[in-house]
Each structure stands twice: as C-alpha cells, then as structure tokens.
Design a protein around this ligand. Sequence first.
Ligand SMILES: Nc1ncnc2c1ncn2[C@@H]1O[C@H](COP(=O)(O)OP(=O)(O)O)[C@@H](O)[C@H]1O
Ligand SMILES: [Mg+2]
Length: 325
Amino acid sequence: MEQLNVGDVTAILRDELVGDSGGSLTVRGPIHVLEYSTIYQADCSRFEFPLAVKVCKDPATGRIDRATAKSQFLALDRVGSKMTSVDYGLPRTVSLIEDQAMLVTEWICGDSLTNLLFRQRTSAAAMRELLGRAGTWIRLFHSGHRLPPARLDVSEKIVLLHEARNRSDLHNDYATRAAALLESSAARAAAENLRRSWTHGDFKTDNLLVAGRRLVGLDVHVIHEGAVQYDVAAFLNRLQMTLFDPRAWRLARHYPSFEEAFVQESLREEGTETALPLAWIRLYMILCSWMGQQSRRTGWVRKAYLERCFRRLTKRLTNGLRRLM
Ligand SMILES: Nc1ncnc2c1ncn2[C@@H]1O[C@H](COP(=O)(O)OP(=O)(O)O)[C@@H](O)[C@H]1O
Ligand SMILES: [Mg+2]
C-alpha cells in the first residue's frame, strides 16, 4: 500500500471534520508506522483535545483494512460507554472514515507503560503501583460486560496441541514438555467455573498510556468472549517477555512483586482456586505465541533473541504450573 502523506490525511480529515464550516486543521506524522497500523496526530479547532488518526492495515497484504478499522471503532464506543471512570478509560472517539480504514480518536498525551518500564527514572515501587492500576483497568473493563461463569474450554486446546505435535510444530524439548504437562493438568484446570467477559484481545503494557492520574487503554479488539484470565495471562506473559529486554533488566528482579500487584487487582473477585487455571492459560498462550513466532519472517538476530526468551519463559511457566499440581 502506498502510505498516505500528511497532505492526503489533511484533505481527508478536512472533508470529514471541518467541511464548509471553516476552522483550522493541522496534521503531523506519520508518528508511528507499525505492522497493523499507521498513526498520525492532528489538531482541529472543532475539538478542545488533540486527535489520533489510525489507519488500519493488513500486515499480510499491506492494504488498508476497513473491517478492522470499523470493528475497533465500534469496540471503543461499546466499551467506552461502560467504562465511565475518570481515571480508567479509553480515548474518546471522534469519527470513523470507513472507506479510508481510518479511525479518529482523542490523542492521549502520556507515556505507555512499556516506555516507563524502559525509563531509568522509573522506580520499582512506582512500577508496582502502575501495574496495580493496570490490574484495576482490566477489572473495570471486564465488569462492563458480565457473562455467566463457565469452565475452561481445555479439550479443544488439547486437540490443537496434538495437531501441532503431529505437524512437528513443538520444535524442542521445552515445548514438548510444556504440552505434555498441559495435557496432564487439563482436567484440574477445567475443574472450576471462571468469571467470563468480553476479552480485550491485545492487553499489554504497550497499549496502556499514563496521562497524569488517567490510565487509558488502547487497541481494544473485543472480538471474543471468555474467562477473564485470558487477558490477565496475556498481560503477564508479555510483561515477562518485556522484562527480558536489556532496557528493563534493572526492574526484572522485581517481577514477582509486579505480578502480585497486578493479579491482586485484576482478579480481586476470584479466589485462590483460580491460580491453576491462570497458570494453565499462561503456559498454553506462550506455547501458541512461540509456535506462531516460528512461521514469522524475522531477521536472524531477532529470531535468536526471541527464541531464547520464549524458551526461558516456557520453562518458568512449566515449573510454575507443575508447582500448583
Ligand atoms: N489515541 C492515542 N493517543 C496517543 N497515542 C496513540 C493513540 N493511539 C495510538 N497511539 C500510539 O500509536 C501506537 C499504536 O497504536 P495502536 O492503536 O496500539 O495500534 P496497533 O494496533 O498497530 O498496535 C500506540 O502504542 C501509541 O503509542
Ligand atoms: Mg497496540
């Protein structure tokens, strides 16, 4: 796809937001050119806040992705109407320009939790507090859409693991041992009813912005529904992967206290009996991400680095689940 330049985006937004009424409009960027999106920033005199302009794209083809833009915009509206807290929320929506796969929202002036993890000035105590707040964010997100509790759907996952093993996708001993443990612990993981809700779909420190007292979640997909532990597991797995990054080594040894703060808030309504289902989902999800990583095109240095991170985390999560058995 030919990337839109500032002039193109300005013309599109002028049509959509300003029209004949007059008023000023300035667009900057692209600020980020990412796999799934290109992000611009804009100021428009019709709004008292700056604007974020996200053009969604399909990473496989590079073409703009209208369906995703629409579904993300509707998700922001849907969840935003339920998350009404001043301190924990989502960017306000402004406009969906569907034919351009473009969604316009409020620009949040703040730092992502990932940037704060990498910043030298961030203390372990401050990060622990922020991660507790991340837990509150996801708990409020889940309380916006309560579904009847249900047991974990382990059998279809075991079938998928068998298929992966037959295709030789479980490419080393760590992965095969993890899959074997998932299978032998599946019945216990599915013994409890778990609270269910809509799922964020990409809950991680990159998608949480800190703007003063306000904690704002980005990139909500809300396509699936399931146990609340799915978002919690995805977040913790990703946090541990981020802490393997040399920029965050300084904070890595504090991970147990980070996890505790986050889990205490995110799963405040659950009892200790859900520790095993959480450990199960975490191991299952890291294994799926690892297998997914195998087929992605990545430079060899990055590939070797990721392989090492996945191996370390899979080993830790396997031991963690084994201890709960
Ligand atoms: N509303 C916003 N306010 C501030 N920054 C934003 C906003 N939307 C996106 N960004 C920036 O752009 C990045 C990518 O946006 P995101 O919606 O997460 O797209 P993707 O689906 O490609 O991950 C974010 O991590 C953030 O840095
Ligand atoms: Mg994102």
